[in-house]
Design a protein around this ligand. Structure first.
Ligand code: SAM
Length: 310
């Protein structure tokens, strides 16, 4: 397959100047200006290009979008909340040879059916031959202010196979603040281990693929960033609803320095039996418990309708 490339376009710096696109802090706008960085993010993401839908969150002026399109992607739909970027994204659509569409909207509330329909209207699917996408890639230099709520929402949708996550192969390559990326990927006993680690790893394999220093963004944020790849587990560890697991980990990590025996005893001494039933060592602290064990615990608690104290 020959790889379609974009024609020469004005630089992102020029576009920002022409359209006077000053970064808005309330929308977590930190732009990448160096195409070597965005190309690297996409090459390390390992996009499947055949019959794939690529969804970008928060394209802003569109440098990461250019890298996605330069990789040869045929169906790229981006969701951007800030209407000021629509003219630059429209320019990119015109240059994309029918491979790109931007939707103005909030990724937290957008209707996924609209994203899928926009993808189906693009490029190779104009005749409507392809009714579903075999691969879905979710990509984005996420707005840091809503990155965690977005991820939690997507994990819920993934666990229920809803929206763009109702596809045989889904992958996410997402840029987070480094500290959040550390939490998502931390294994048991890692000091960064927390609620987000367990919830994410109950349904996905999560690993870091690329670190970008704060100096790689304009304006420069206070912290470095990292791109995390999340791929759904073939056999998810999750045995309950994701909501029940979230509840159990929230309860357990509330007193993260204490042993589980103490946490459960403070709740109700009889509840220590739940730990024994799941073969969880009660002398462990929450951060030392494997994702698998938390999933078992959530399963029993949900199945028996046990109410946690908070
Ligand atoms: N992709 C560009 C880049 O890498 O240079 C911009 C990334 S910037 C960190 C985050 C982008 O997400 C901004 O363009 C911002 O307007 C957009 N954004 C913020 N909140 C959003 C939301 N809820 N839904 C969609 N886009 C959002």
């Amino acid at each position: 397959m020959s790889v379609s490339k974009l024609p020469k376009l004005p630089s992102i710096r020029e576009l920002i100047k022409i359209y006077n696109l000053k970064a808005k802090q309330q929308l977590s706008q930190n732009f990448i200006m160096d195409k070597n960085i965005t190309d690297k993010i996409i090459s390390l993401s390992g996009l499947e290009l055949q019959n794939a839908l690529c969804v970008e969150v928060g394209p802003g002026p569109g440098l990461l979008t250019r890298s996605i399109l330069d990789s040869g992607a045929q169906n790229v739909v981006a969701v951007e909340k800030d209407p000021r970027f629509i003219p630059t994204l429209e320019q990119l659509r015109e240059a994309s040879d029918g491979r790109f569409q931007a939707l103005l909207g909030d990724m937290l509330t957008v209707n996924h059916a609209d994203i899928i329909q926009s993808g189906l209207n693009l490029g190779s699917n104009i005749d409507g031959e392809i009714k579903t996408f075999e691969f879905v890639h979710l990509v984005g230099n996420l707005p840091f202010g809503v990155a965690t709520p977005l991820l939690i929402q997507w994990l819920h949708m993934l666990s229920l196979k809803q929206g763009i996550f109702n596809s045989p192969n889904v992958s996410m390559s997402l840029m987070f603040q480094k500290e959040v990326g550390d939490r998502i990927t931390a294994g048991a006993s890692d000091s960064a281990r927390g609620r987000l680690s367990v919830v994410a790893q109950s349904v996905c394999d999560a690993f870091k693929i690329y670190n970008v220093p704060a100096s790689g963004f304009v304006p420069r944020p206070k912290v470095d960033a990292t791109v995390v790849q999340l791929r759904p587990l073939e056999k998810p560890l999750l045995k309950s609803s994701l909501g029940s697991l979230e509840h159990v980990v929230r309860f357990s990590f509330m007193k993260r320095r204490k042993m589980l025996a103490r946490i459960f005893k403070d709740w109700d001494p009889e509840r220590i039996a739940l730990l024994e039933e799941c073969e969880i060592d009660p002398t462990l602290r929450p951060q030392d418990v494997s994702t698998e064990k938390f999933c078992e615990l959530a399963h029993i608690i949900e199945k028996r309708g046990i109410k946690l104290p908070y």
